[in-house]
Design a binder for this molecule. Structure first.
Ligand code: BGC
Length: 759
């Protein structure tokens, strides 16, 4: 993946579409072109009507489309969630006004981030971090395909998804929105999501598919402070080699738009960076897609980042850096100021033409000129049984079994359970943010027909076998971190009657900045609760329901079984019950490193010098990596043995293909699925080598006793890295390839540096 030759342009232009784009553009006034570069928030088109419901105000439509010629609208009301029928009433009015006043369809955009976030009644899948834990790209494609279908049923053709930021800081409140810490997992899941959302032809996205907006380009997941929208400091090599990789692969697959990282990298806000926006994306890849800002981020160039002196300066910097559309989102003065800037020569007309053409091209590619609307009645599979089943199966594939001492799991029929903890009865925790509302704070009412963990366990094990006693609970008002603590005495008493304690711990829902934390440890209340229950001597199964790995080193030894369900969506309770009852088997693995020590937050591809330890005859550096669970860790109810690892070439050059094969056997007594991960390690390199890097993965199902061979084809160029001069290079020397507990040595015979530095 690191260096596959690229055919340029990445999305081949369709001559017919290009002709229409130029003809339309040639008829447009400057004001109309600026309108295409503007995206406003739905609120500006209406008012809150009876029952607190949003309704369109026709005079507002006339202003926004008649005067400002605005090209795009986004978002949903904050305080409640519209259903597909309501979207089918709102968006057609918007389209009608847009066609009447401008003759160009409006493009509506929604964050349908793990299923239909903003369409009540649609299907919510597990969050992306779960999807990554499945190590199954087909699961990812399918979830995106269903989401696209249900989003079209809501009359919306564009989503601000998938999110491909590398999770490099576990405190970051957006950790769960991405596919984990690794570039390859994010890249392959990103490609699968693009396939699912857009289909296979980016020039002709049909009416069952929608356009993606990859976000948040790029480096957003590495804030030094761990707080949202704070600066990242990323080496040029890492930026090119790791953070860019998922965007590059998804764009090569035809991603039609990109949203920009709200923050800064090495001091430059990405919204103001012509190198990343214009050079890397538009010039080097000859990519003709659309770049949209994140929420109010042009304004943030002067309000927060202080690289512009006022709004006008900020608009000039951002548009000249390569921004095509401003998610303004509240004010129309952006349109007026942008016009002034063009009239005064601060922004060249060629930039405006390019940006407006990109917006028009996206609309033509989506077929919006021919069919501005798609209606619910044409989508009979909306929220169908088939879609529900896909979400349930997905949830079960994404829960990670981390500990199973003495085979405490699966729980045998007739086991008396004490269920407790703040996530036991919470649809908010199961769904996380981007669920019905931005913060996911209303999930307990919108998702009341789905089962919480407690309800699902009760259904599966029987009401007489399951007792619930509250201990720690989340407060539903105030910060997501607020908890109420009951006297633990009642739970301790109930434990005496139980065979096993199922302690459901983790986090309440949150999203973005409101999810900032200043302590990565799981809350003290919850850890105390586990300690008190452990003192009863009854075995504990911990169910971790959280969006980022909260440190629990002090309570981990107290549990016999541990399952990390991450944020599995509406079917999470049911999926967990099936797994705990042994009606399904675990098959997920951690797509991130679970930390153990607060001051040793590393990713699995840490530099080799992080882990020196004791060396014979040498000063003991005592550098060590001590994590709770490593990247790729996850157990099953069955066991797998790896054998016969081989590689077809012991020595290779830069243009060779390495074929690695390994046999996997299900050595247990039940069906199981195994995610097989191939890593490489470079022994010596001109910059300190990474400990190891994931190069390929594949998931396979095996019956008891069955053996299957897995073959990976890895281009030798994938073992290249970006050197100190910013060039992709493959250096002569020794490497180790490893799968499971097996490894083979291989050797690169020549050093080769590619002369295209950028891609
Ligand atoms: C988030 C984006 C989102 C946008 C529109 C921003 O606050 O950072 O991820 O797409 O809002 O809702």
């Amino acid at each position: 993946m690191a260096y596959t030759p690229i055919t340029l342009p990445v999305i081949p232009a369709d001559p017919e579409i290009e002709k229409k784009v130029s003809e339309t553009l040639s008829r447009m006034t400057l004001e109309e072109k600026i309108g295409q570069m503007t995206q406003l928030q739905l609120d500006l088109l209406g008012e809150v009507g009876p029952g607190g419901r949003f309704r369109i105000v026709p005079a507002k439509l006339d202003t926004i489309f008649g005067i400002y010629k605005v090209g795009s609208i986004l978002n949903a009301p904050y305080s409640y969630c519209l259903d597909a029928k309501a979207w089918n009433e709102i968006i057609p009015q918007i389209q009608e006004a847009s066609m009447k006043h401008i003759g160009i369809p409006c493009i509506y955009g929604l964050d349908q981030n793990h299923g239909t976030t903003y369409t009540n009644g649609g299907i919510l899948f597990p969050q992306n971090l779960n999807v990554a834990a499945s190590f199954d790209t087909e699961l990812c494609r399918k979830a995106a395909e269903i989401t696209a279908y249900e989003t079209r049923a809501s009359d919306c053709p564009w989503t601000f998804s998938p999110t491909l930021d590398l999770d490099r800081n576990p405190a970051w409140p957006r950790f769960w929105e991405n596919y984990g810490e690794d570039p390859l997992v994010n890249a392959l899941m990103g490609v699968a999501a693009v396939k699912g959302f857009q289909g296979d032809d980016p020039n002709h996205v049909d009416r069952n598919h929608i356009a993606v907006s990859l976000k948040h380009f790029m480096g957003y997941g590495a804030p030094l402070s761990g707080k949202d929208r704070t600066p990242a400091y990323i080496s040029p090599s890492d930026l090119r080699e790791k953070h860019f990789a998922p965007y590059l692969e998804a764009i090569k697959y035809g991603a039609l738009s990109v949203m920009v990282n709200s923050s800064s990298i090495n001091g430059t806000p990405v919204h103001a960076d012509p190198i990343l926006l214009t050079k890397w994306l538009k010039e080097d890849l000859q990519w003709d897609g659309l770049i949209v800002t994140d929420w109010a981020d042009i304004n943030n160039l002067y309000i927060r980042e202080k690289v512009a002196k006022d709004k006008k300066d900020a608009i000039r910097i951002a548009i000249n850096a390569g921004i095509d559309m401003a998610m303004e989102p509240y004010k129309t003065d952006y349109c007026e100021i942008l016009k002034e800037l063009v009239d005064e020569g601060g922004i060249p007309m060629s930039r405006i033409d390019d940006a407006a053409a990109r917006a028009l091209r996206l609309k033509y590619r989506l077929g919006l000129f021919e069919h501005p609307n798609t209606l619910l009645k044409d989508y009979p599979e909306f929220a169908s049984e088939k879609h529900r089943k896909a979400a349930l199966d997905a949830a079960a594939e994404t829960m990670v079994l981390l500990k199973n001492d003495d085979n405490i799991l699966p729980l045998r029929r007739g086991t008396k359970l004490l269920v407790t903890g703040p996530t036991a009865c919470s649809m908010r925790s199961l769904n996380g943010g981007w669920s019905y509302t931005w913060q996911g704070h209303l999930s307990d009412s919108y998702a009341k027909d789905y089962n919480t963990i407690l309800e699902a366990l009760t259904n599966t094990f029987g009401a007489d076998m399951v007792k619930y006693v509250p201990t720690v609970s989340f407060n539903q008002e105030g910060s997501f971190q607020d908890e109420t603590v009951a006297d633990f005495a009642e739970a301790v008493k109930a434990a005496a009657e139980a065979d096993v304690i199922v302690a459901c711990i983790g986090e309440n829902s949150y999203c973005e900045t409101p999810g900032n934390i200043s302590d990565l440890y799981l809350s003290a209340n919850q850890r105390d609760m586990v300690k008190r229950l452990a003192a009863t001597g009854k075995p504990i199964v911990l169910v971790i329901n959280e969006g980022r790995p909260r440190i629990l080193a002090d309570i981990e030894p107290l549990a016999k079984g541990i399952v990390d369900i991450i944020i599995p969506g509406n079917f999470g309770g049911d999926a967990l019950a099936l797994l705990l009852a042994g009606q399904k088997n675990f098959s997920a693995k951690l797509p991130f490193t679970y930390p153990r020590e607060i001051n040793s937050l590393v990713t699995y591809d840490y530099k080799v010098s992080e882990e020196v330890g004791k060396m014979e005859g040498v000063y003991d550096y005592d550098a060590r990596v001590n994590v709770q669970w490593p990247f790729g860790y996850g157990k099953s109810y069955t066991t797998f043995a790896y054998s016969n690892l081989s590689v077809d070439k012991k020595e290779f050059g830069p243009s060779d293909m390495l074929t690695v094969s390994v046999d996997i056997t299900n050595t247990g007594s039940i069906d199981g699925k195994e995610a097989v991960l191939l890593f490489s390690s470079d022994h010596v390199a001109s910059i300190v080598p990474d400990n190891k890097r994931l190069r390929a993965f594949s998931k396979l199902a095996l019956m008891p006793g069955e053996t299957r061979a897995v073959k990976f084809h890895v281009p030798a160029s994938d073992l290249a890295f970006v050197n100190a001069a910013g060039h992709w290079t493959l250096e002569e020397g020794d490497f180790t390839l490893s799968v499971g507990n097996l490894s083979v040595p291989v050797r690169c015979t020549t050093t080769y540096t590619w002369d295209r530095p950028n891609i």
